[in-house]
Write a protein that binds this ligand. Structure first.
Ligand code: NAD
Length: 436
């Protein structure tokens, strides 16, 4: 029986079979058109992101539009190099043969996005999948309806309609999509749904990339410049009202440093968002009432040292710091995904490392320390999707670094050349002499 989801998937597959998405000229045209979609409709994205999440203009442009444009520009600049065959040395007994590997597009890719960066987190994977020469079906999050509608409206105007499609909807539509056979599924969101996606993919032996979340810790050493730490933590923890997969989730520091860090955080929050962050145009809102209520409940997990103000009607939750948080408090048992920063006191580095490795592998680990030994130990003794020293979240700004998690924080990665590998099959080729 024919239905819109099956028809769309079949249309994309038919397009892929024509071979027209293979050449770098098609890929370049699509990437250029995607860039134009973002830059010509920058104002529409700002408005939609404000409607969905109360994002301020500067943040919306920086983290969604400009970020994705940079990713596209990087792909355009390197496409020829990335698609060049990679020679492989041959061993003595195959002397005279030539060997190389080449990236070939997978076919039809499904991209399922979340609500927190509802443009970037579908358009950056889309850019990677197009750069790799695939047809793509995009399913934006229904929890960011303005951005989802905008994407559904713009994509057919800018991109090859028979190669790229947007299907809007929630669980029923996504379930119908997952029943189809795709050549890759790229999912960003929570681990529970990640399991649903992976189970569905298994039916068709479809490879998956799962970009999940988790609790990204911050280790603050005794020697850290706390004013600087506070600046960098406030900029990243409270961005998008804390609804960022790589946001610092909690701080581990020693009892001597904790009160000084809290004072520095209080001063910095006031400096950035004023006495009342509700009036700050740069400060976002919680996506919906369910998450607002969940976060409100987490405020009881410790002492509110900074912030704590809230308003359910506008889903405003102040930038908040919690102290006196025990390691098994509710706020430490789930990804916070909101503007609440718990400070957990540990005697020192040994205990911090033990704390981190006893829990799920995080998407990122952040540390502020002047000690090379401490850095080396954190790198060697913990596992996470990424590590940054002194720069939470900033690794996303390096286009040649892979972005992805490990264990509960996800599998696979993307961005720049890693998107090319993710959305391609690397085919081995060997040509022996004397037979042709
Ligand atoms: P969400 O609720 O928007 O869900 C993500 C997608 O899954 C949506 O498109 C939704 O329609 C679909 N979905 C939901 N339930 C489904 C079901 N039962 N069956 C099939 N599809 C379903 O977003 P979310 O999961 O709340 O997003 C927040 C989570 O995503 C956090 O854990 C966060 O850390 C993580 N995240 C990770 C990254 C990353 O890049 N690693 C980025 C952003 C968010």
């Amino acid at each position: 029986m024919s239905d819109p989801v099956t028809d769309t998937a079949a249309r994309l597959r038919a397009t892929f079979r024509t071979g027209r998405t293979q050449g770098n000229d098609w890929r370049t045209r699509q990437l250029t058109a995607l860039r134009a979609l973002l830059t010509e409709h920058r104002g529409d994205f700002v408005a939609a992101l404000h409607a969905d999440l109360g994002k301020g203009e500067e943040e919306a442009v920086r983290t969604e539009v400009a970020f994705t444009v940079r990713e596209i520009d990087h792909a355009l600049a390197h496409l020829d190099a990335w698609t060049r065959p990679a020679p492989a040395p041959v061993p003595e007994r195959l002397a005279g043969s030539t060997a190389w590997s080449v990236l070939e597009p997978l076919g039809v890719v499904l991209v399922i996005g979340p609500w927190n960066y509802p443009a970037q987190l579908v358009l950056a994977p889309l850019a990677g999948a197009l750069a790799a020469g695939n047809c793509v079906l995009v399913k934006p999050s229904e929890l960011a309806p303005a951005t989802s509608a905008l994407l559904a409206r713009l994509v057919p105007h800018f991109l090859d309609r028979d190669a790229v499609a947007v299907v809007e909807g929630g669980i029923p539509e996504t379930t119908a999509l997952l029943a189809q056979r795709f050549d890759h599924i790229f999912y960003t969101g929570n681990g529970a749904v990640g399991r649903v996606v992976m189970r569905a993919a298994a039916e068709h032996l479809t490879p998956v990339t799962l970009e999940l979340g988790g609790k990204s810790p911050v280790f603050v050493d005794r020697d850290a410049d706390l004013a600087e730490v506070a600046t960098r933590l406030v900029a990243t923890k409270y961005m998008n009202a804390g609804q960022t997969c790589v946001a610092p989730d909690y701080v581990l520091t020693d009892p001597g440093t904790a009160p000084r860090l809290v004072a520095a955080l209080a001063a910095e929050i006031r400096a950035v968002h004023g006495e009342d962050a509700a009036a700050s145009p740069a400060y976002g809102r919680i996506v919906n009432e369910r998450h607002f209520d969940r976060l409100s409940g987490l405020l009881d997990s410790g002492t509110v040292a900074v912030g704590g103000g809230r308003d359910r009607a506008t889903r405003y939750l102040a930038p908040t710091v919690l102290t006196g948080v025990s390691p098994d408090a509710p706020v430490m048992r789930e990804e916070i995904f909101g503007p609440i920063l718990p400070i957990v006191e540990v005697p020192g580095l040994d205990e911090a490392i033990a704390f981190i490795v006893a829990r799920d592998k995080p998407l990122a680990l952040y540390a502020f320390t002047g000690s090379a030994t401490t850095r080396d130990r954190l790198l060697a003794e913990t596992s996470s999707g990424a590590v940054t020293f002194g720069a939470p979240v900033a690794h996303l700004g390096v286009p040649d670094l892979p972005f992805g998690g490990v264990g509960e924080s996800g599998m696979g990665n993307y961005h720049g050349p890693y998107s090319m590998e993710t959305f391609s099959h690397r085919k081995a080729v060997l040509a022996a002499p004397g037979t042709v």
